[in-house]
Design a protein around this ligand. Structure first.
Ligand SMILES: [Zn+2]
Ligand SMILES: [Zn+2]
Length: 169
């Protein structure tokens, strides 16, 4: 019976192995420490995108779930490291204490350094609008996609014509 209630929330061993393989593929080994240094999107932690949401790769590798009060801690104390052998599960309280002790406390809204597709949100690629931070690369891509669809363009022009007509009245 318990199986029937909980199965979707428990990550399978296969899932965890998949994330470990992903970590190995996108990291560079550090010869002295044995750390795997994450080479893709890095905020305060190694980020991956699952269904357009930002997730912590180290949490996924450890099979942690949202709201479980646990966190992925580093034995090597290197936040950029994604070597599963350097990770262990700690409580949120442990981690907070640890972060305070090391003076590594960052406000949460600074964590988002990449867009959902993994482009870096900084420099020329960052557009700041009233509604938030936008990615220039994604905006360009969506414009191109739009331009490639003549029927969508025609629809928009039609809409603009009707709007102008309505304004003239
Ligand atoms: Zn490490
Ligand atoms: Zn983007």
């Amino acid at each position: 019976m318990t199986d029937a209630i909980h199965p979707p929330t428990v990550p399978s061993e296969a899932d965890r192995e998949r994330w470990v393989a992903h970590a190995e593929q996108h990291s560079t080994p550090e010869p002295n420490t044995g750390c795997w240094l994450w080479t893709l999107c890095m905020g305060e932690y190694a980020q991956v995108f699952v269904k357009r949401k930002t997730k912590s790769l180290t949490r996924l590798m450890l099979g942690l779930r949202v709201g479980d009060g646990l966190c992925a801690c580093h034995r090597c104390d290197n936040q950029a490291c994604v070597n599963p052998a350097h990770l262990f599960v700690g409580t949120l309280a442990d981690n907070n204490r640890d972060m305070m002790r090391k003076g590594r406390h960052v406000p949460p809204n600074r964590l988002k350094t990449c867009c959902v597709r993994g482009h870096e949100l900084s420099g020329d690629n960052l557009i700041v609008t009233k509604s938030g931070r936008r990615c220039r690369a994604c905006r360009r891509a969506s414009k191109l996609k739009y331009a490639a669809k003549p029927e969508a363009r025609e629809k928009k022009m039609q809409w603009q014509r009707e709007k102008r007509r309505a304004e003239r009245r």
